[in-house]
Design a protein around this ligand. Structure first.
Ligand code: RBF
Length: 235
């Protein structure tokens, strides 16, 4: 009797854990299959005629994976030009990595100087769990920013298993940056129409120009300015 329990017990344990192990494997396999099927669909998005001649677009790009991100930004700029967005109405800045995108996008959105923002970054899966954490935080962070600020934020972040996948999505005819540029123009026009606001104004060439550095006392006398500086924030 004891012998048969010893024989059966490992089988029972295997049976109990089998579904979770198998379902984990199954999900993994099906997601990679789904990924390759989606590849064709991703490049099939169509856009109508977009007139971006009055709108301002901000581009925030990462310096991580610089070469690939530069290709994506080039694709985005090409699309913006094709949509008649004026060169002087495009503000571009860089930040270290994708994790910094949500806060930078929030700063830029709150400045009120752009009608839509394109974020551009590339996350490549490494050997640690960084990819999963950064990837998840960035996508949910960017969604929060656009919902909170009502400024469209284009999710221009490639999440790839390796460099081959990145190249296939950032070069030649399948440069996703082009779709991101058109998406930004379409969403900027949609936002301005939906909220009945005119296109953003002001010129910004660097972050200092965005309004954060300008204190409300800028137009006041030097003495008043001094008082304000002496008691910043809540103090
Ligand atoms: N930033 C990226 O934009 N793409 C990456 O693939 C990327 N990989 C990273 C891997 C590790 C192990 C670490 C520590 C950071 C990585 N970052 C990456 C940088 C990250 O987005 C951020 O800039 C830093 O963590 C500083 O907040």
């Amino acid at each position: 009797m004891l012998l048969s329990i010893q024989k059966i017990l490992p089988l029972l344990i295997a049976a109990v854990f089998a579904p979770s192990i198998n379902s984990f494997r199954a999900t993994h396999t099906s997601s990679s299959t789904r990924f390759s099927r989606l590849k064709a669909a991703e490049s099939e998005v169509t856009f109508g005629e977009l007139d971006g001649s009055d709108i301002r677009i901000g581009i925030i790009r990462t310096r991580w994976n610089d070469e690939h991100v530069t290709n994506l930004v080039d694709g985005c700029l090409k699309a913006l030009k094709e949509c008649n967005v004026k060169e002087e109405n495009i503000f571009e800045t860089s930040i270290p990595g994708a994790y910094e995108l949500p806060l930078s996008a929030r700063f830029l959105a709150l400045s009120g100087t752009v009608d839509a923002i394109v974020t551009a970054g590339v996350l490549i899966k490494g050997e640690t769990m960084h990819f999963e954490y950064i990837s998840d935080a960035v996508s949910s962070g960017l969604m929060s920013v656009q919902l909170q600020t009502q400024c469209p934020i284009v999710y221009g972040v490639l999440n790839c298993a390796n460099e081959e996948q990145v190249k296939a999505r950032s070069s030649g005819d399948s440069n996703h940056g082009e779709d991101w540029g058109r998406t930004a123009v379409e969403m900027a026009l949609l936002r301005n129409e939906a909220l009945n606001i005119k296109a953003a104004e002001g010129t910004a060439n660097k972050l200092m120009d965005l309004g954060f550095s300008k204190s409300p006392t800028d137009s006041k006398s030097p003495t008043e300015k001094k008082e304000k500086t002496a008691s910043p924030g809540f103090f």
